[in-house]
Design a protein around this ligand. Structure first.
Ligand code: HEC
Ligand code: HEC
Ligand code: HEC
Ligand code: HEC
Ligand code: HEC
Ligand code: HEC
Ligand code: HEC
Ligand code: HEC
Ligand code: HEC
Ligand code: HEC
Length: 328
């Protein structure tokens, strides 16, 4: 209660300050020494002052979740002996806690908010002390840790709802920093992430140290978790498919259909140059019996794909010179 009053007083002071009415007086801090624990074991020494209820708290810099709503999260399960208390995360904060007299107290040991914020490493230590396990085992060597991103850059531990862990709201959190991916997911061909059917975390483990923080150690293994049929084994492999799906597809979004980086025939011609292409047999629809200028082929329907339909790999066992050209 006191804190809330102080914050509001601070706002008023700031406004008056701007107008030139500077007041040196600050409300005296009063702590209820007999305060009982409100939500977490042993939180009385903090909640004697910090008893903000369910509503988010507006400050001059940000909208903070209310302190006490942590009681409605998994961290509020007191029956679980591993449940943290205020000081497990914010530090013992003796000077802050025992502050007497007027004015603002010195900051607590670990500050997650914007004013006087502790370094990402110091903030993360608090969480890691309990959460190093599971898919965070390699957190310290992850791109996010190296980029000075903190656990609370994504997670809100005091909020009843942690946006980043809900598929339908996760993207909002990620694209505040990853603007390029926001643009990509607005393109006509994309995975159903904006619809909330999938999330960035369907492909990425943001706590891990795989290349590009993927859930598996390669792009292909990540794609196979859902598109098993593309793994094969095929009688005839198409080399780039087995190598990296990302050679032809952009996983986030593209203008061309099927998440293709470029349309066929141009996509194909990046590797199969039109001049060197054989097309020796007089196959149905092929203009000319021997070699053809394949740039003409692109003008026919789906271009190369109308004949080479199994572009990811073929299982034809026809024993002829033309088998294995991904035609069925
Ligand atoms: C004597 C009252 C009092 C006690 C006891 C107290 N605080 Fe505070 N705390 C304050 C005041 C006043 C502020 C400053 C509020 C502001 O600037 O908006 C504050 C600020 C904070 C902040 C935010 C710093 C920031 O970003 O602005 C945290 C975190 C915090 N206290 C945690 C704790 C914890 C944890 C405990 C218990 C170990 C605790 N406090 C005990 C009065 C108290
Ligand atoms: C699991 C770790 C954890 C626990 C337990 C915890 N806090 Fe926090 N606290 C945070 C984080 C992280 C933030 C930043 C906002 C957020 O993530 O919701 C924060 C924010 C705050 C703030 C706002 C200022 C700031 O630093 O952003 C205050 C005040 C605060 N906590 C006090 C408390 C009190 C009092 C308790 C005990 C009832 C408590 N906290 C328990 C991690 C924790
Ligand atoms: C003292 C130990 C402790 C500390 C410190 C701690 N946590 Fe937790 N955390 C737990 C426990 C216990 C649970 C509930 C059981 C579980 O899911 O493992 C939990 C649950 C969570 C969950 C939800 C998991 C779920 O499945 O619902 C998240 C997210 C989380 N913690 C993040 C954090 C972050 C971020 C910090 C640092 C700001 C932090 N924790 C600090 C012990 C801790
Ligand atoms: C870049 C954003 C981001 C950062 C940074 C981040 N997380 Fe997470 N976290 C997520 C997402 C998304 C999920 C849900 C999907 C998943 O499990 O991968 C999650 C899930 C969790 C869970 C619950 C699921 C589980 O594995 O038990 C815990 C606990 C957790 N994170 C703790 C942490 C801790 C501790 C840190 C800091 C060391 C941290 N997170 C940093 C985004 C983040
Ligand atoms: C606070 C800003 C911030 C937030 C929020 C954030 N990231 Fe990041 N992310 C970074 C930074 C900084 C890096 C490391 C520098 C870099 O490689 O761009 C990074 C790296 C990554 C990488 C690895 C890039 C590589 O080249 O290895 C992926 C993947 C990623 N983030 C995905 C996500 C996802 C998914 C989310 C949401 C769950 C998310 N990020 C939330 C800032 C953020
Ligand atoms: C269908 C799987 C999938 C989904 C969903 C997905 N990504 Fe990715 N992402 C990938 C793959 C695969 C790569 C690596 C591409 C490469 O090798 O260049 C990647 C790369 C990245 C990178 C690194 C980019 C770079 O240029 O190095 C970032 C950042 C990133 N993703 C963020 C996100 C964010 C944010 C979301 C959600 C909005 C998201 N991703 C959703 C598969 C996915
Ligand atoms: C978590 C599951 C999942 C993962 C992982 C995944 N996808 Fe998908 N993919 C889907 C779903 C769901 C669709 C949409 C199917 C639909 O709309 O009918 C889809 C559609 C596609 C499409 C067709 C898009 C269109 O415009 O019709 C392509 C191409 C594709 N995925 C490629 C990839 C690649 C490449 C990867 C690896 C980087 C990958 N997918 C990883 C689930 C996944
Ligand atoms: C050589 C370029 C190329 C590579 C590499 C490639 N694809 Fe494709 N992919 C295509 C083309 C072209 C289409 C459109 C096919 C059509 O229109 O019939 C397509 C379509 C798709 C589709 C949607 C239609 C369908 O067949 O289900 C999915 C899913 C897909 N690819 C997944 C993958 C996965 C997973 C990988 C990696 C294992 C991969 N692709 C590698 C060229 C490629
Ligand atoms: C990144 C380069 C690359 C791209 C893009 C590419 N391919 Fe290929 N393709 C190859 C390689 C390498 C081989 C194997 C060549 C060999 O064995 O002589 C191959 C083999 C083939 C074969 C079988 C050749 C044979 O002799 O059996 C066909 C047919 C084919 N590709 C069609 C296509 C079509 C159609 C596309 C466009 C959808 C395409 N390729 C895109 C690299 C590529
Ligand atoms: C009308 C059907 C048809 C179309 C369209 C077509 N092809 Fe073919 N292609 C064939 C047939 C049939 C063969 C095998 C017979 C042969 O070797 O002449 C073949 C063979 C190939 C081969 C392997 C032989 C070689 O020349 O190295 C490649 C690579 C190839 N096509 C790529 C392409 C590309 C790229 C396109 C689009 C620019 C394309 N094809 C369009 C029917 C077609």
């Amino acid at each position: 209660m006191e804190v809330k009053v102080l914050r509001q007083a601070g706002l008023v002071l700031a406004v008056f300050g701007l107008l030139g009415f500077v007041s040196p007086a600050m409300a005296e801090l009063k702590k209820d020494e007999s305060a009982k624990d409100l939500i977490l074991k042993g939180d009385g020494k903090c909640t004697g002052c910090h008893d903000e209820g369910d509503e988010p708290v507006p400050t001059m810099l940000e909208l903070r979740p209310s302190v006490l709503s942590i009681g409605k999260t998994r961290h509020g399960t007191n029956a679980d002996g591993r449940t943290p208390t205020c000081t497990d995360c914010h530090g013992a904060s003796e000077k802050h806690n025992n502050h007497k007299g007027g004015g603002k107290p010195p900051l607590p040991d670990r500050v997650f908010g914007k004013v006087g914020q502790s370094s990402a490493t110091v903030r993360n230590e608090a969480c890691i002390s309990c959460h190093q396990g599971g898919n965070r085992i390699h957190w310290q060597s992850s791109a996010h840790a190296s980029g000075d991103v903190a656990c609370n850059s994504c997670h809100n531990v005091h909020a009843k709802k942690d946006k980043v862990r809900d598929k339908s709201t996760q993207t909002e959190v990620c694209v505040t920093c990853h603007k390029e991916q926001r643009t990509q997911f607005n393109k006509p061909s994309r995975h159903p992430v904006p619809e909330g059917k999938m999330a960035c975390s369907s492909c990425h483990n943001v706590h891990g140290d795989n290349p590009k923080q993927l859930v598996k150690s390669s792009t292909n293994d990540t794609c196979y978790t859902c598109h098993m049929e593309k793994r094969g084994p095929f009688v005839h492999n198409h080399q780039p498919v087995a190598e990296d799906c990302g050679i032809c597809h952009n996983p986030h979004g593209t203008t061309a259909a099927n998440l293709l980086k470029t349309r066929s025939p141009f996509l194909c011609q990046e590797c199969h140059s039109s001049s060197s292409l054989g097309h020796r047999t007089a196959a149905a629809g092929l203009p000319g019996a021997r070699t053809t200028d394949t740039s003409l082929l692109g003008t026919v329907g789906r271009g190369c794909l109308s004949c080479h339909t199994n572009i990811h790999g073929g299982n034809s066992t026809v024993n002829s010179a033309t088998a294995g050209r991904f035609r069925r």
